[in-house]
Design a protein around this ligand. Structure first.
Ligand SMILES: Cc1ncc(COP(=O)(O)O)c(C=O)c1O
Length: 376
């Protein structure tokens, strides 16, 4: 794994700010704060080797709409896929270039770089610009993989399934279209897997689904890859035996089959997103922050780096952890802004408050009010 900065690192924050881990309000991730209630787990599942059970495969097929390869979180697949897609192309280890969002989950960029691929970027802050840049690349009809994070973390950029299928149809032989759908569970009808037949027919699509975000259980490390059988088999060989442990399978069977919880969770997440935005808005208004995305499991706002750093620091000193996406991480093509200027722009990303936890709301409200007073 890389040394890239990720959200949710409360241990480091606790050390840095001298505040015990349990006293933090962690808004630095896009993980559902109202997690799926973990069921009682049969002790035998800790004792036996975790061969994949039929009940697990059935639950996966029912929830996602097709047969996926389970791994320890999609992070594991993100690390392996660039190496595998490079081998497939030619006898030698030649990797095609890849077109990536200029701002997105950084591990993608890192893995392709490690695999020796030439990196190209499209703008992840503006839908029209992104579509134009991707179309331009496809029009060249040269081998090039395409990576979409749909919806994008942290900018919220999202493409329709029709658009993505149409791009997959235009791609040259040997190029893959990888779609990271880590945050699609809130609108499952927007997943490519919803039209599983078309997905399968195309053969050059790879879909990644993360279990941890929507179900709020990132700690069990579970994710799924959907792709053509040959690539899946090679990935399976790389993952080795017993890729997913028994307790994780048991929790996933329960959660994936529980449609009632899933429906309620979608409503609760929408309500939590509204509350979270309402708590942030007075500060955003005051500092002139532009809200980029507010639906889903996080909200992102664009603002000047100097004030963003001040906000980050003020909150962290009071036990509230958020995530800043700074300078080069933010990408080269923030719309309408030159490269030099983009260094002075930051994205502030906040995870969701659990509105049923009154002290969480109060804590954020209080810290933001206090901060507003200092800005008078
Ligand atoms: C867009 C995106 N994809 C994939 C991942 C990896 O998630 P996991 O390994 O838990 O499936 C993350 C984690 O933050 C992410 O933001």
């Amino acid at each position: 794994m890389s040394n890239l900065i990720h959200g949710g690192d409360l241990v480091s924050a606790a050390q840095r700010y001298g505040i015990p881990v349990e006293d933090w309000l962690d808004l630095s991730t896009g993980i559902n704060p109202a997690a799926y209630p973990v069921p009682q787990i049969d002790a035998a599942l800790f004792q036996r080797l975790p061969y994949q059970s039929q009940a697990f495969s059935d639950a996966v097929a029912n929830y996602y709409g097709g047969e996926g390869l389970a791994c320890n979180g999609t992070q594991q697949a993100i690390e392996l896929l660039p190496k595998l897609s490079s081998e497939r192309l030619v006898g030698e280890q030649i990797t095609y270039p890849v077109l990536l969002p200029d701002c997105g989950y950084q591990e993608h960029r890192y893995s392709w770089q490690q695999a020796g691929a030439a990196l190209k970027f499209y703008c992840a802050n503006d839908h029209q610009q992104a579509v134009a840049q991707i179309n331009q690349q496809l029009a060249k009809a040269e081998p090039c993989h395409l990576l979409l994070i749909n919806p994008n973390n942290p900018t919220g950029l999202q493409f329709s399934p029709e658009q993505v299928f149409s791009w997959a149809e235009q791609m040259t032989e040997g190029s893959y279209l990888i779609v990271d759908e880590a945050f699609i569970d809130l609108c499952p009808e927007q997943s490519l897997l919803n039209d599983y037949d078309r997905f399968q027919q195309l053969g050059n699509l790879i879909v990644l689904r993360s279990f941890g975000k929507f179900f709020g259980l990132a700690g069990i490390r579970l994710g799924f890859v959907f792709a053509e059988p040959r690539l899946l088999n090679r990935l399976k060989t790389e993952l080795g035996a017993w890729a997913v442990n028994g307790p994780a399978q048991a929790v996933a069977i329960d959660a994936l089959n529980n449609q009632c919880w899933q429906q309620q969770a979608r409503q609760q997440i929408a309500a939590n997103a509204e509350v979270t935005q309402a708590l942030w808005q007075p500060l955003f208004d005051r500092v002139g922050a532009e809200l980029l995305c507010s639906r889903g499991l996080f909200l992102s706002a664009r603002l000047e780096s100097e004030i963003a750093e001040k906000i980050y620091q003020f909150l962290a000193e009071r036990g509230v952890l958020i995530r800043l996406v700074r300078g080069e991480e933010l990408g080269r093509s923030v719309q309408g802004i030159s490269t030099e200027q983009s260094a002075s722009i930051c994205l502030l990303r906040s995870g969701l408050i659990d509105a049923t936890e009154e002290n969480q709301c109060k804590k954020l409200e209080m810290v933001i009010s206090e901060l507003l007073l200092t800005l008078e």
